[in-house]
Design a protein around this ligand. Sequence first.
Ligand code: SAM
Length: 205
Amino acid sequence: MTDRAQSLVEAHFAQAAEGFDHSPISKQLASLLDQVLPLLQLDQKQHWLDFGAGTGVLTVPLAAHVGQVTALDTSASMLAKLSAKNIANITPLQHDIFCGLEQRYAGVISSMALHHVADIPKLLSCLQQSLLENGQLALIDLYSEDGSFHGDNKAKGVQHLGFDPQQLLELAAAAGFKDLSYQQIFSIQHKNGRSYPLFLLLGRA
Ligand SMILES: C[S@@+](CC[C@H](N)C(=O)[O-])C[C@H]1O[C@@H](n2cnc3c(N)ncnc32)[C@H](O)[C@@H]1O
């Protein structure tokens, strides 16, 4: 991602952090993990990474099912909201994944962050390298849309108008992931009156 694109993402989320948990979309996404849980193999010994964790909409419910979650995000403001929730087994980490990670994780989960990252092949390669052998991958994002989900896409640092999950699956395979599959997992009811389906892409390192 160019520095300019990255700074737009950071500026947007610095502003969005305050009301993020109270937005109608975040309230809907609060139940997202219920759909995902039966498809993951979780236990209390595992340490997971939530990529683009934000205020922890997904991190918080995930932390109830695993030993530890590292919540990685570039936005200090979003992570400050998560830190204020004071959950003992969540470690907020303000870090750029493209700079590498010291730890390897049992699983990586991500919700609604991919569309803010320009270089998806490079991101998938970083995620692959962040996982222990056979570690789990669970990526959630929008199916391809016409730009109406965010509206002001450029100002919000949107790099992709959703994804064709089959293409994402092929990129994940090229990055070294195996046992790949995807399915529709959720549908967001937007205030514009439309609904936007989300996919869940699963794989193993
Ligand atoms: C729409 S929010 C989603 C937050 C949370 N996962 C959820 O589902 O509510 C996207 C998050 O991704 C983060 N993000 C965007 N680009 C990122 C990057 N390159 N590295 C880490 N985090 C990033 C943003 O700062 C923001 O907090």
